[in-house]
Unconditional design. Structure first.
Length: 323
């Protein structure tokens, strides 16, 4: 099978491309060429790499045709964020590809209502990212129902893994949160700390794409969550990370207005975005239909990320070897 991976040197692609090669696929990795995979085993020598600036190619109306010209059996788009770009790619691939898979986001759901949230729940996204991803999902699944376009959408949670700063127990990306927990310092949390976050290791997202490819009949025309088996509350997340550092969490829960004034403005903004969503998503459909079985729990995935950050001097915490 020949597979084109758009955005293949990013965090998901770092794990997905080697999985495809190991599975016997011929892989065309399309990227801007400005970055390297987070991990690059020798198997990457078997990958055909193509440098394309998607923004420029889209503006000039060439991107879809460039992708179609590879005559692939499947195309995996990891970086489509605009419904217009999704439409132009579908038009170029129509009748020329056997399977099209797109990376969405669990933020298509908006705020959680019934939890764990299933893929069948109605979409009420807010914020540009969630709104656009939901529009792309709606368009692709409608194209399947109306015209038989072979689309599958996978919705990851908060992606983590070595090389990336994970979403922390405050619901933002300030590395100082992990440092506070590691040193036993007081950590403010918003409200009662009961809002949720739902992580996933990048390799488990890659696994979900492989499963969807392997079970094409079950996955075409469908969307699936690609998250760990269970979400974490902010408080539970902080307590478990503190224990990993050999500490007891020193948590202070603050009403939102007090919390917002206790942290940096950019951290408060990120926290609000995440707690307003408070995702908690089911993977039962993905387990049942495509055999998705995440290797990592949320906390295991985060620990692997933090372990890498500590080993590489990205956070100032007592270094521990992950066992």
């Amino acid at each position: 099978m020949k597979v084109v991976v758009i955005g293949g040197t990013g965090h998901i692609g770092t794990y997905l491309v080697p999985r495809l090669i190991e599975g016997g696929c011929d892989v065309v990795c399309v990227s801007r060429g400005t970055g390297r995979p987070y991990r690059e085993p020798g198997i990457w020598r078997e990958v055909y790499r193509v440098e394309l600036d998607r923004q420029t190619e889209e503006a000039e109306g060439r991107f879809g045709e460039r992708i179609a010209s590879f005559d692939a059996d499947a195309v995996i788009d990891l970086i489509c964020f605009d419904p217009k770009n999704a439409r132009s790619l579908v038009e170029a691939l129509r009748g020329r590809v056997g399977h099209f898979l797109l990376c969405g986001t669990i933020w298509v759901h908006g705020h959680s209502t019934v939890v764990p949230t299933t893929e069948a729940e109605s979409r009420r996204p807010f914020g540009e990212y969630g709104i656009k991803k939901a529009a792309i999902e709606e368009y692709l699944l409608l194209e399947y129902r109306r015209n038989g376009f072979p689309a599958t959408v996978l919705h990851p949670g908060h992606i983590v893994g070595p090389g990336w700063m994970p979403l922390n127990p405050q619901g933002n990306f300030n590395p100082g949160v992990f440092e506070r927990l590691a040193h036993g310092e007081e950590l403010p949390l918003p409200n009662l700390g009961m809002e949720t976050v739902h992580h996933v290791h990048a390799d488990d997202v890659a696994q979900a794409f492989i499963r969807a490819l392997d079970r094409r009949t079950a996955s075409v025309g469908e969307s699936f969550h690609a998250v760990s088996a269970a979400a974490l509350t902010l408080r539970g997340y902080a307590e478990r990370m503190a224990r990993w550092f050999g500490r007891e969490a020193n948590i202070r829960c603050l009403p939102w207005d007090e919390f917002r004034n206790a942290v940096r403005e950019e951290d408060a903004s990120a926290t609000w975005d995440h707690i307003a969503h408070s995702p908690n998503c089911s993977i039962e459909k993905a387990r049942r239909e495509i055999g998705y079985a995440p290797r990592y729990t949320s906390i295991e995935a985060v620990i692997e990320s933090v372990d890498w950050l500590a080993a590489n001097g990205k956070v100032s915490i007592p270094y521990r070897v992950l066992t």
